[in-house]
Each structure stands twice: as structure tokens, then as C-alpha cells.
Design a protein. Sequence first.
Length: 282
Amino acid sequence: MHPDDPSAQKLTDARPSTLSDDAASTERTIGRHRAPQPPRRGLLGSTPVRVALATGVTCCLSLVAVATARGDDDTPRPVEPLAEAVADRAAIADERASRSLDRDAAPARILPSPTAKPTPTPTAVRKAPKKPVKPRRPRPVAGLDQAQMDNAKIIVDVGLEMKMPRRALVVALATAMQESNLYNLASDVLPESAEYPNQGSGSDHDSVGLFQQRPSSGWGTVAQLMRPSYAARAFYTALNEIPGWQDMSVTAAAQAVQISAYPDAYAQHEDRATTVASALTA
């Protein structure tokens, strides 16, 4: 058959020549009767790998930002925008994580009123000092009234303070009973004596007080002798100056001090004076 014959050329075009190795390989791989294989995912397409890679990039960026901000010469430099955004997100996450649903609400601020005045602090109430308790007045005995018993107590208290024996107390009480009936008397002869507390007056010269002692005889001033305690002390002092007065009778001891015109008058008061002294020293 001539090569230029059209039928020959048609047969020749209908039959393919020998197939190359590449064509055969391709036909076997993607032939009409084989199911195509799914495409393989690369290493970078894995999710864990991508997460690890993103974390590493973030850390690297943070280190670069810190290094850039600090520098070798410790000069502050601007932080990269990405690192700054990462730090802000981390701060927001920490803040959210630290909050609790049952947290107490913050107390509201109360602003003071401009016209409000500070409440004054109450001062401690001071208790009034207790008044000194007056000593109980002695109960009268031996027919004495309260004024007489009060004067008798002064005579006994002064004698005890001077450490006088009991007999001296009896002598002093008997003497005051005879001289003034145990009343603190002023003198009509000395108008000055009436200026001091008194319980009556007498007219025996310038004699004043419980023991009717005379200022003109050197017993003391009118003001001193009108004080029962001073008058009693003056009597005991004079009694101590008499030698052997402890062995004398009450009348003799009293007369030795007073030098009265009626030396025997003191004896009648000895029993009452003893009763009063016992009552006041019991």
C-alpha cells in the first residue's frame, strides 16, 4: 500500500505507536477503573504541629520584644505591637480567671456632706469624789448630852495621842466637869472669846474654855484656849510636870494643876469621869 494512500494513513492514525514508560505509569495510577487515592497531608498541615509552631513564634516574638525594649545599654525602647497585644491578652485572661461569682461587692464610697459637722467624742464622765465620811458621834453616857459627850471625846482622844495613862484621862474629865460642865464656854469679861465657837459663857474673871484656863496666867491666847483640843493638851502638859501625880487622888492631881479655890470639888465627878473614859476607850 502506498504510503500516500489515504486509507493507509487512516489506519496508521488509528493505532497508537508504542507507549512510553511515563504514559503507562500514569495510566496505571489514574486509570478509569481505579479509585483515586486521597491526597496526603503534609507535616505542616497537622494541628499539633501548627499549635506548637504558633506557640514558638509567640515566645520568640516576646523575647525579641523584651530584647528590643531593653537593649544592651538598658535604654527603654518601644515594644513591638504584636508582643504588646499578647501581653494585654494575657493580663485580661489573668484578670478574668481571678474573679469569682461569689465575690462581695465593693463597698460604695460615702462622701462626707460639706455641711455635716463631726460628731463630738463623748467625754468620760468623771465621778464626783466621795465626801469624807464623818466619824460617828459617841453615844452619850453618864447623863451627858451630845455636846458634852463630843467634848469628852476630844479630851480622851488628845490624852491617847499623848500616850497618857488611863488615870490621866479620868483626872482631865473630872476637872472639865467641875470647871465648865464639859461645855466650851466664852467669858463675859473677854468679849473677844465670844467671836469663837462656844457653847455659852461664864463670868469667872478671864477664864475660858473647857478647863476655864486664864490667858492672863500664861495658858495661851484666847483663840487657842477656845479650841477644846488645845485646852486639853495644855492640861495634860501641866499634869505631866507635877511629880508623882500618878500616886495622887483625882482631887489632889486636879487641884495641883488648876489651883482652884475649891480643891475638894473635883472628887464628886470621879465616878462619872471613870464611866465616860471607859465608854470612849472600849
